[in-house]
Ligand binder design. Structure first.
Ligand SMILES: NC(=O)C1=CN([C@@H]2O[C@H](COP(=O)(O)OP(=O)(O)OC[C@H]3O[C@@H](n4cnc5c(N)ncnc54)[C@H](OP(=O)(O)O)[C@@H]3O)[C@@H](O)[C@H]2O)C=CC1
Ligand SMILES: O=C(O)[C@H](O)COP(=O)(O)O
Length: 478
């Protein structure tokens, strides 16, 4: 990382420097180094970029579907060709391990290919008037799905490639144009995937990459009259803020979570321990779907706690290039926040079993037993490697605590009795409940959604296409 590169934003099919002259330094999360600099574009540049998508979108939607499909498939191939170059930047910019960074790029290429196939196999439908009382068989509706126009894709830092393309690919295949506003810490990864995009010959202005801080241009582009739909993934505070002023703009929000793992007394404890460990600690817990609290029946709590403690102590900790489980957090603010949650839990009387050690942004994996509902750690999302265990006396109490959260993304239930697990799952307020498995988003064609402060609307390939298109009826009167 000796020479500091300056990256341009992408508009009109070209990489250009902002006339604002303002650059943003992107600091590496795990060493004292600047990964690169990105453009802080002006509002006037955002205006021009958004306006230019209007004509481009109409031409793009008119293009043969198989030409759109071909370009997207070529982009998938190009991402694989460029995978190591992109992964290098993901690692340096967001501190993901090398192996996970490479996986993120290959997962993204597969995502694009599946999205193309999904759309190709979606057909117009029809309805006949005769199926309604008094209706006529001479009235026939052909129901098409048409693009909404220009989709604003706003992505978070933790999957800077996958969660960006999870918006871009469904938007493009269904005939929309895209304005892509990546997380600032993640913006160089965004530039890299758009470099791959640029190589395969998409028409100009069908995708504009606008870099700049959300606090400077976020509100402006989100309320822009040229934006027809917003697809957002990020924190609940930002998501709620966007939804407060996005009058009559369709919007899908994927937000944070406080996913519980409920462990019943008849659970396979070794299986539960395995799933909880990978669910809670991979990428240092910086996943919206990470397991962020354990609600264990007191009859098996001692056994579960002892086994979890043993596994936490074995977790590998270090720098991303060495592929440990625990890596430094995204920035100092994040590490300070997690450290504060740990300090409060100790002060409030939780039992510290492992961790509570910090070196710069690196927080060692931390495990607490006897966390109680009056502690912040029982409710707040750390986005870091700290796991609270809360002991419960019954399934009913586990359900009650699970549902008292402001969040409702996913939950896991561990029990050998499927009917019992299903009965608990039925009562949990969350988008998905995993039985005997860790909380996770994939496979990427499953619907993915959160309730309460965890989101609005549904993602997952076919659902994202639905959210970015609308029905239009052609009614034939014979
Ligand atoms: N449910 C899900 O699928 C997922 C949820 N998340 C959640 O995201 C959070 C972590 O991601 P993080 O990147 O820190 O989230 P943030 O909410 O801080 O940022 C998300 C995106 O919103 C942008 N943004 C910030 N302010 C505005 C604004 N006023 N208008 C428009 N855009 C804005 C950010 O830009 P900038 O970076 O420039 O500030 C970034 O691109 C966690 O809470 C996590 O749970 C993460 C991944 C998946
Ligand atoms: O941002 C996140 O955390 C992801 O949506 C989670 O994806 P994963 O469960 O596949 O890691």
């Amino acid at each position: 990382m000796s020479e500091i590169n300056t990256y341009k934003y992408y508009v009109g099919g070209k990489f250009v420097a902002s006339t604002s002259g303002n650059l943003i330094d992107i600091d590496c999360p795990y060493e004292q180094a600047i990964v690169g600099r990105v453009q802080a574009i002006s509002k006037a540049e955002a205006d021009l970029a958004i306006a230019a998508t209007k004509k481009a979108q109409k031409d793009w939607a008119d293009l043969d579907l198989f030409k759109r499909a071909d370009l997207l498939n070529k982009w998938a191939d190009q991402l694989e060709t460029d995978a190591h170059e992109i992964a290098e930047i993901i690692m340096q910019e967001v501190g993901k391990t090398w192996n996970d960074a490479v996986k993120e790029v290959t997962r993204t290429a597969e995502f694009i290919r599946y999205t193309v196939q999904e759309y190709i196999h979606t057909n117009d439908t029809s309805m006949s008037g005769q199926n309604y009382p008094g209706g006529s068989k001479n009235k026939i509706a052909i129901i098409k799905r048409i693009p909404l126009g220009t989709v604003l894709a706003i992505s978070p830092f933790n999957y800077p490639v996958n969660l960006s393309v999870a918006k871009i690919a469904p938007a493009l295949i269904s005939g929309n144009a895209v304005v892509f506003k990546p997380a600032t810490q993640g913006a160089i990864s965004a530039v890299k995937i758009i470099e791959s995009f640029d190589k395969v010959g998409f028409p100009a202005d069908i995708l504009q990459l606008l870099t700049g801080k959300g606090s400077d241009i976020g509100d402006y582009v989100s309320e822009h009259e040229g934006i027809d739909m917003i697809s957002f993934t990020g924190g609940a505070t930002t998501g709620r803020h966007l939804s407060s002023f996005s009058t009559m703009k369709p919007m899908v929000l994927e937000l944070g979570g406080k996913d519980p793992a409920i462990v019943c007394e008849d659970a396979d404890i070794d299986k539960a321990v395995f799933e909880i460990m990978s669910g809670a600690f991979s990428y240092s817990g910086q996943r919206c779907t990470a397991i962020k609290r354990v609600l264990v029946n007191e009859a098996v709590a001692d056994e579960l706690v002892a086994k979890l403690k043993g596994e936490v102590e074995k977790l590998t900790v270090g720098m991303p290039i060495d592929n440990p489980v625990i890596v430094p957090l995204i920035n100092k603010g994040s590490a300070d926040y997690v450290e504060g949650l740990i300090a409060d839990a100790i002060a409030d009387g939780a039992t510290l079993l492992a961790g509570n050690k910090r070196e710069d942004n690196l927080i060692y994996p931390t495990l607490f037993d006897h966390v109680t509902p009056d502690m912040r750690l029982a409710w707040e999302e750390p986005f870091g490697p700290v796991l609270p265990i809360i002991r419960v006396s019954s399934d009913a109490q586990a359900i009650e605590l699970a549902n008292q959260s402001e969040y409702g993304l996913q939950a896991s239930v561990f029990s050998r009795d499927f009917s019992r697990a299903a009965a608990i799952a039925e009562k949990i307020e969350a988008g998905s409940v995993q039985i005997n498995g860790r909380t996770e988003r994939g496979p990427d064609h499953f619907p993915f959604l959160g309730v309460k402060n965890s989101g609005m609307g549904v993602h997952g390939i076919s659902r994202t296409i639905d959210a970015m298109t609308r029905e239009k009826l052609l009614i034939i009167n014979l």
